[in-house]
Design a protein around this ligand. Structure first.
Ligand code: ADP
Ligand code: MG
Length: 705
């Protein structure tokens, strides 16, 4: 469905237009304000004219088929009017009213009815439960708020929001960016976020895209759109609500869609180079940074202030956020101090007060930062507001001049940063804009925006060649109707991918177990083995560190009794004798399937830590080069690997190889596996291997034989 009639209509019918008010009149007034040169058809049987335009009694009476019909009427009347719109050949529609799928029950039916009519007619629809669409460059709007200053609205940010209030929020302060298209998409009965995304990626007026999303519909198309945006060099800034379970429940009852797992979604965004932010403050700063003529090309930030205290405050917050503020190198420091005098701290943030010669020191600090290879953006802190009541008159513009002079001599982006979010001076903003520079604000949000853009600029890791799929008979056993695959079989399947597993043997009787233990060498571990026992420890079916035949016999008797006590006793029950892997660090890895976005690999420290600390890294499959190493480095607990084991690089390498192989295994078996759970993987203190000690594979319920 082409969106042109929806986003840039040339003829607009407004059903329910009146002189008295309501969305219909606001749209008509805004169309006047924005300089719309097409045709407006008010439709209302009650009036001969609306705002001095000829008013038509019914859509059927219009002299031409309109590009778009705007429904400024209550929801029960809409299906009938929609039929008329289709009949009259309308090419698109906007429905403002609520009372549809977001209410459930009859609301869903009403929405389905309208969506059915529109789809059949091939008609894109914005809403219902929305505010409409604002297209300043095309001088057209169906957005139901009044436009006060049409010139100030135009810009390069494309907004797509499932919440009207978020549109209001983003449009409420347009000092630092303007809009190429703003869509309040509402319930998305027909036309969806991904449709608008596709449009904006191709829209020459749009340079950056901001989205607010409760529910992602058509996940595969959505992901493809993110990739296309990245290839087109257009950052997609995303707020996705549903990070807490309470929010997820609210969403379910609010828009009629389910919010997927937020961790997977965040990871998906990262993998597809979208920029995730958590609120409108963070989003605004990224949009502002995108207005600069130069964008950060990496994450290194130099923050320059005139105050030690402020430097410390910023450093605390930047450190907590994991921002990259590289300290001055000794040579840089020497060069800085030669002119400025004593510098506090490690020089980033750079308190350039020194000997107090402000007009010399600040430019010198910027020059030092400019020459540093580790610095990608330079940020000078200065606080003032739109209507300052105190301060040094004229100083605002002096600061701007200093910055623009420094920026002209440099190839790096320069920023003026206010320390309070949203508190900034319009004169400064305008003067900076003339030079292609921007003001950012709020130290956390502002600096985080530079970091986000710096990350965005770094290309994604290259794809990684996958292992060849090994030819093993076991690989085909998944589809054999087995829900779960026990430890022994699961490990054989993993071993076929070169993943190290414990040496072990199946045993049916004590005699077989004893022979196996002798062959393996004591100490050994004895476990019960069955497809129907997913978690053995819970049932007391794992006995570790058995030092001799007597201990093995004891354990065998104990485990047998416990197996016998299970009602009914699993028909496939057997025993597993395996080497005991002493000491070392336990980690876990697990592949699971997100219903929307496919397979994701988790990695973290093992044991209770996962449930309590929830310290794990996540990546979508297939893994790209460097992903496994980054996952290991990105887990707080993995620091333990270094601390406990003297930081042997070989460990990380082996563990990474294991994660890559696991990813390949999951990818090859994607059709059948729902969950692959090697837990724990042990890194014994000898440091010679990393070995899977237990594994479980759960097949997808719908995977046929
Ligand atoms: P479960 O089915 O309960 O997950 P596991 O096979 O993972 O059973 O065993 C439980 C715990 O016992 C493991 O997390 C690990 O700490 C320890 N363990 C199991 N097998 C071995 C082994 N071969 N060597 C050393 N420790 C082991
Ligand atoms: Mg286990």
């Amino acid at each position: 469905m082409r969106l042109d009639p929806l986003v840039r209509p040339r003829s607009i019918a407004i059903v329910g237009a009146t002189d008295r008010g309501g969305p219909g009149r606001a749209v008509m007034e805004s169309l006047g304000a924005i300089g719309f040169t097409g045709t407006i058809y008010p439709v209302n049987p009650k009036y001969p004219t609306v705002l001095n335009l000829t008013c038509y009694p019914s859509l059927i009476d219009l002299p031409e088929a309109p590009d778009i019909v705007v429904f400024s009427i209550r929801n029960p009347l809409i299906p009938e009017q929609m039929r008329l719109a289709v009949k009259r050949g309308a090419r698109a529609a906007v429905i403002y009213d609520s009372g549809f799928a977001e209410l459930g029950g009859d609301g869903v039916k009403l929405q389905d009815e309208i969506a059915g009519l529109a789809r059949e007619a091939g008609m894109p629809v914005c809403g219902p439960n929305c505010m409409g669409i604002l297209n300043p460059p095309a001088r057209v709007t169906t957005y139901k708020q009044n436009i006060m200053d049409p010139a100030a609205i135009v810009g390069n940010v494309g907004i797509v929001s499932q919440s009207g209030s978020v549109c209001i929020g983003l449009l409420s302060d347009l000092r630092r960016y303007g809009v190429s298209l703003s869509v309040s998409a509402g319930n998305e009965a027909v036309t969806r976020t991904v449709d608008y995304l596709d449009y904006l990626i191709d829209d020459p007026n749009t340079k950056v895209i901001a989205t607010f999303t409760e529910t992602v519909r058509e996940p595969e198309r959505y992901v493809a759109a993110l990739d296309r945006a990245a290839d087109a060099g257009k950052p997609v800034v995303v707020i996705k609500v549903g990070r807490s379970e309470r929010t997820q429940r609210a969403i379910t009852s609010h828009t009629g869609g389910l919010a997927g797992s937020s961790r997977v979604f965040s990871e998906l965004l990262r993998a597809h180079r979208a920029i995730e932010v958590s609120d409108l403050d963070e989003m605004t700063e990224v949009l502002a940074v995108c207005q600069g003529a130069r964008w950060p090309r990496g994450r290194g930030i130099s923050v320059i202030t005139g105050s030690g205290g402020l430097s410390e405050l910023i450093l605390d917050n930047a450190t907590a956020l994991g921002l990259d503020l590289p300290p001055l190198l000794p040579a840089e420091r020497a060069e800085a101090e030669r002119v400025i005098g004593r510098i506090t701290g490690d020089g980033n943030p750079f308190d350039a007060w020194g000997n107090g010669n402000y007009a010399v020191n600040l430019p010198h600090a910027m020059a030092v930062a400019d020459r540093s290879e580790r610095i990608d953006s330079i940020c000078y802190c200065n606080d003032t507001s739109n209507d300052p009541v105190i301060g040094q008159p004229g100083r605002e513009l002096e600061n701007v001049t200093m910055l623009t002079t420094a920026a002209r001599a440099s190839s790096k982006p320069h920023y003026l940063m206010s320390t309070r979010s949203g508190v900034m001076n319009r004169k400064q903003i305008d003067a900076m804009r003339k030079e292609g520079l921007v003001v950012i604000g709020g130290t956390r949000q502002g600096l985080a925006a530079l970091d986000r853009m710096g990350r965005w600029a770094v290309p994604a890791n290259p794809a990684r060649p996958r292992l060849a799929k090994p030819q093993t008979p076991l690989a085909d056993r998944l589809g054999g109707g087995r829900r779960t695959i026990n430890e022994f079989d699961a490990k054989r399947m993993l071993a076929a991918y070169g993943i190290a597993v414990t040496r072990e043997q199946r045993a049916a009787t004590l005699a077989e177990a004893t022979l196996a233990a002798r062959a393996l060498g004591y100490p050994v571990v004895l476990k019960a083995l069955s497809d129907s026992i997913a978690h053995k420890t819970e049932l007391g079916l794992v006995a570790v560190n058995l030092k001799d035949e007597a201990e093995l016999a004891d354990a065998f008797a104990r485990l047998s009794a416990r197996l016998d006590a299970i009602e009914p006793r699993p028909a496939d029950a057997a025993f597993l004798v395996q080497e005991f892997v002493r000491g070392g660090v336990e980690v876990f890895a697990g592949v699971s399937r997100d219903p929307d976005f496919g397979l994701a690999l988790a990695f973290g420290m093992g044991g209770v830590a996962i449930e309590v600390v929830r310290d794990f890294a996540l990546r979508m499959l297939p893994l790209r080069q460097g992903d496994a190493e980054a996952m290991i480095a990105g887990t707080r607990g993995a620091a333990l690997l270094g601390a406990v084991r003297g930081g042997k690089a070989a460990d990380v390498e082996r563990l990474a190889a294991c994660l890559y192989a696991l990813g390949d295994f999951a990818w090859h078996n994607a059709a059948g596996d729902a969950e692959i759970d090697p837990n724990p993987i042990k890194l014994p203190p000898q440091g010679i291997r990393c070995v899977v000690v237990d594994a479980l594979i759960v097949a997808r319920p719908d995977a046929g034989p």
